[in-house]
Write a protein that binds this ligand. Structure first.
Ligand code: FAD
Ligand code: MG
Length: 601
């Protein structure tokens, strides 16, 4: 991981463009741009407090504060320079711009996430800093409560414009409302812009009469009334604004070394890093992805990531980058449609970006529902009598269920931080209604810790669906994924399982997905004795699934007509959501209510 070095800091004194596009040295610009450090607010960095020692104060004489717009752009998610409308506002309206990030203990999921996601966030911030440096600026970072920090920035830096991207999920509302109130009280202009989502979730709700559209089809109908999403903005042009850096004091605000955060690896395998955070990487991967989409369109199909699930391929998904906002969702949406139209000369079908609509749908569904991530107090979630079983939960979490397909998926999640949709389906179904009958809330916590793309709304929404707690009509269809047959289907050569479970490396393919069935002689020959080198199955799937089906039927009987839960509007919706491979191939076979060889018990 790249760290700040002396060399990096010296870059600041390299010639850079002034407001008029002329090269200007930082030393020269510092006298104009850097503000006096007369005020020494000696609040050392400690807990909520931040250090303002040497903080530039009032603008230097000659600059009229009343005419100088000192803008602060507050990054939280939205960790990109491209297509960032609130950043553009700061550039266009500001005379001076300070891009900042505040570590408040919760921002961007830092309260619940583990090592991989922390590292991804950190790299995304490093990348923003590096990119800003190209324009002569830097990223300022703080630690503490945003309101306390902004109060001091108003006092000490003369901040009079604050801009940020809307963080739509309800868990961020208290923070943002408090900051907006502070700005109002202090007469500070505050601009919040919608660009994490294609549509403003609040507008969708208000167009739907004040509540979220409960089905995906309703959601699509409402957004079609609003109209197509805005196109992405052009690249920002920083020539219209100064990006002041006070060289003597910047070291106080620069991104601290990663080690300072005290986040430790949970597994040695995490050292081997596959996913690299940041806008630069996001844009590179994006180009690869667009080429893949174009190749699929030429070959006559779409949704290439689902068509052939690549469980062991190089990173291809953009979901972690969309999560942190390293990639603009609007750029993603429009490039896919434009690519299709250019190649086929016809209007592109909405289906091409159906997955992005699921993303919007879950964000919108969670608006105003702070309990969206739990069963109690969550009015769209069915109350199911899940069991509590810490031992089984631990085994599931650690990839020790004795079902190689499930265990390999969990190992990949913990080591690499990203697993394919089909793997998420498999492990989520296994934990909940399929085999272990443990609450989806427990699985959600594990995903929050390990998943790079973990979204509070999207993750909870998907978990509720898979566990039949909301959205799903699986209550009318208590079938579940078979952890043996599903594995065989998705990993026909066994390469994926062998990669994450080296103990089964020599197990013949015939027994790989149910190794307990291998005769002892074969176990011995493979160097893997079940019950000693690899666990016995945690439950017998056939029995567990059958008993769970009974429990689900009893839940249905108990709740019938007493609860109006959200259900998909059609079978197509279930197919789209489930990403079952037959769906992509156009064979109408694997549905949530028709038995096929991987569904059922
Ligand atoms: P693509 O096909 O490229 O889809 C494009 C984008 O659409 C994705 O990057 C993602 O942002 C969005 N998307 C795709 N599928 C879904 C979906 N089912 N619901 C909502 N948005 C979707 N996705 C997350 O982004 N964050 C999560 O926390 C998350 N948790 C999940 C938990 C469970 C139990 C399950 C079953 C799925 C979860 N997903 C989550 C959805 C999905 O698995 C990932 O978005 C997908 O695997 C990303 O791969 P991709 O980028 O290749 O998808
Ligand atoms: Mg300007």
């Amino acid at each position: 991981m790249k760290r700040e070095t002396e060399d990096d800091l010296e870059d600041i004194s390299q010639p850079k463009l002034s407001k008029y596009g002329q090269p200007q040295t930082a030393a020269a610009s510092a006298t104009v741009q850097c503000m006096e450090s007369e005020s020494r607010l000696e609040a050392e960095q400690d807990g909520d407090r931040i250090s303002f020692i040497g903080m530039p104060s009032k603008p230097k004489s000659g600059l009229d504060l009343r005419k100088t717009t000192i803008a602060v752009h507050w990054f939280r998610h939205g960790l990109r320079l491209h297509d960032n409308p609130s950043l553009l506002d700061a550039i266009n309206l500001g005379d001076e711009l300070y891009p900042i990030f505040i570590f408040d203990g919760e921002v961007a999921g830092t309260k619940v996430c583990g090592f991989n996601r922390w590292r991804f966030l950190y790299e995304s911030l490093e990348d923003i800093d590096r990119r800003l440096k190209e324009f002569g600026g830097r990223l300022y970072t703080f630690k503490g409560d945003p309101c306390t920090i902004f109060s001091q920035l108003i006092e000490e830096w003369g901040m009079n414009l604050l801009t940020f991207e809307q963080d739509p999920e309800p868990i961020w509302q208290d923070r943002d409302n408090a900051v907006k109130r502070l700005c109002e009280e202090r007469g500070i202009k505050c601009i919040e812009r919608v660009s994490h989502t294609l549509w403003d979730p609040n507008e969708v709700i208000s167009r739907n009469g004040g509540s979220p559209p409960v089905t995906y089809a309703m959601f699509q109908e409402v957004v079609s009334m609003i109209g197509l999403p805005h196109r992405a903005n052009d690249e920002p042009d920083f020539r219209g604004v100064k990006l002041p850096i006070c060289e003597e004091t910047f070291s106080t605000y620069m991104l601290p070394p990663f080690e300072d955060f005290g986040v430790k690896m949970e597994h040695v395998e995490q050292e081997r890093q596959l996913w690299i955070g940041g806008e630069t990487r996001a844009l590179e991967l994006f180009e690869v992805r667009i080429r893949k989409e174009a190749a699929a369109f030429k070959a006559g199909y779409c949704l290439p990531n689902q068509y052939m699930p690549e469980l062991l391929g190089p990173p291809m998904s953009l979901s972690p980058y969309l999560r942190f906002g390293c990639l603009s969702v609007r750029r993603f949406y429009w490039r896919i449609h434009d690519t299709y139209t250019e190649l086929n000369n016809v209007i592109s079908p909405t289906q091409l970006t159906a997955q992005l609509i699921w993303r919007e749908y879950f964000y919108t569904m969670s608006i105003g529902n702070k309990n969206f991530d739990q069963m109690n107090g969550n009015n769209i979630c069915l109350k199911i009598d899940w069991s509590e079983d810490q031992e089984k939960l631990q085994k599931w979490t650690n990839g020790q269920t004795g079902y190689p397909w499930i265990d390999a998926c969990m190992k990949q999640l913990k080591q690499e931080g990203w697993i394919h949709q089909v793997a998420r389906h498999a492990v989520a179904c296994f934990l909940t209604r399929g085999d272990l009958w443990i609450s989806w809330e427990e699985g959600l916590k594990v995903f929050f810790q390990y998943l790079l793309d973990a979204d509070w709304s999207i993750c909870a929404g998907n978990w509720m669906w898979i566990s039949s707690s909301a959205f799903e009509k699986v209550l009318q269809c208590p079938n579940c994924f078979c952890p043996v047959r599903y594995g065989r289907r998705m990993d026909p050569t066994g390469e994926f399982v062998r990669n994450f479970l080296p103990v089964l490396r020599n197990m013949p393919l015939r027994y790989l997905f149910e190794p307990w069935k291998a005769p002892l002689a074969i176990q011995e020959k493979s160097g893997c004795i079940i019950g000693k080198d690899y666990p016995e199955p945690i439950v017998e799937h056939r029995i567990a699934a059958s008993s769970n089906r009974e429990k689900m039927n009893r839940t249905v009987a108990r709740l019938e007509d007493k609860f109006s839960y959200c259900t998909p509007s059609s079978k197509t919706e279930v197919l789209e959501f489930s990403w079952l491979p037959e769906t992509a191939r156009g064979v109408d076979k694997c549905t949530a209510d028709d038995l096929c060889e991987i569904l059922g018990i």
